[in-house]
Design a protein around this ligand. Sequence first.
Ligand code: NAP
Length: 511
Amino acid sequence: GFKNAAELDFTIDENKVKMEEAFQLVEKEKGSVFPLIINGERVETEKKITSLSPATKEVLGYACSCSQELAEKAIQGANEAFKKWSVTPLEERARALRKLARLVEENRYYIDAWNVEESGKNWGEADGELCELLDFINSYVMHMNNLEKGLELVPTDEYTKCIYIPIGVAVPPWNFPLSLIGGMVAAAVVTGNSIVCKPSSDSPIVAYKFVELCEKAGIPAGVVNYIPGSGSDIGDFIVEHPLTRFINFTGSKEIGCRINEHAAKISKGQKWIKRVVAEMGGKNAIIVDSSANIKKAAQGIASSAFTFQGQKCSACSRAIVMSDVYDELVDAVVEEAKKLKADQGAGRDNAAIGPVINQNAYNNITSYIEVGRKEGTIVYGGTYSDEKGYFVDPTVIRDIKRDARIANEEIFGPVLAVIKVDSFDEALDIANQTEYGLTGSVYSETRENIMKAKVQFNVGNLYFNRKSTAAVVLQHPFGGFNMSGTDAKTGTSDYLTNFLNLKSITEDLTD
Ligand code: NAP
């Protein structure tokens, strides 16, 4: 009985009031120090990571920063915990995860409020992420119950079985603040592994709140360890550690490729070949052909390109449009973008568009806007300010050539490049030309084009007459091709097998 979690409706007064109350709770905790959690112990360190509100630059709190010595302790502790957890019956592991899901629901407004404050999401985006977390937890419990039955084998006069067993210490270095780290943890825990979590330095508090709930749910000490720290301080160390068996990463292509390379090196004392799941960036395109419903296409493009400030790996950053509907489509996208202008007062006040995550992201996005200003014509946006927080207005740039930088490089911000084409084949060719292959959409009413795109548009998640964002667990299994990643397809049973070894056991029954 799996059912997707339903998002809260924040137009209902009661929900608004609860959200405001949750912000009051968060307010009281601002400025606190959040320790590491190693083997169930709280460890404070001298060095801190400051978590800033991207909307106001206010200090939200200080996460302790893990050193290599403490990372060593966490990995050793996880290895010890693994010995017991890996033989704990699934019933117990699943029970803890069901409890965790319940605790997440009970603390829903509070977690949403922290996510809004720390990541700059609006309320709906934050709650949508929490629903995704619940879906990950519940789907992984369901899949593991099925995998536990083992693999069906041909009956012979031997007694044979093939069972899935946990592999060992897993390390997920990054998260979307909540659902990605939560999904990684749930998958590791339900499969009987222990895990060392290094959250992003931009969102350590949301991750801390989640790991706290794991403890409350009864997951034993040492199974889930929490060690924020900068990638440069401890990233390579935890990846290269001989006891690490599996690295589950979500982040940029640059870091994902680095992890893959470092994980391939055999460290002294290492007894296995490490697995890497790396889900990385995208340069996602939406194609609009001459037969498309232009209004619907414009709404889908604007929503995919600008919600959460374009900081979704699935966000649309290229609209590839047939010449005969090009001007009409550009005008319609601008109309939609106008509804989404960045609200400079955004933050907890639930504006449609809020800030981008930090100063580096702001600098990177705005420098791409300046590149785009030279490569095409800005027809909407192009304005930004980091005076109070990191705000970039949704930006639409038309007449971009296929070889332009903003047509090929990931920007990870609210910037849309619009490219004109003369044929559907040319549109597909441009859509496939980047090194990425994460998501893509086609707006068309022509069956022939739809059927062609199903075969030729080479992305992990392909949609028709629908936006390229908002994948739902077990409705749209998620993961990219090419330099977008290892195509792990989160939320599926296949995903869990990354955390497992398949052990074949045979007993001769003849005398
Ligand atoms: P990032 O710069 O690659 O950082 C990701 C994580 O890697 C952070 O926790 C970072 O730590 C850590 N890290 C840095 N150096 C490391 C090292 N040497 N070893 C191990 N870990 C290391 O990515 P980001 O800017 O935070 O995230 C945006 C990117 O993620 C975009 O490219 C986006 O498309 C992608 N993304 C992909 C998906 C997907 O499912 N495909 C989903 C969401 C996001 P610090 O924070 O401490 O530096």
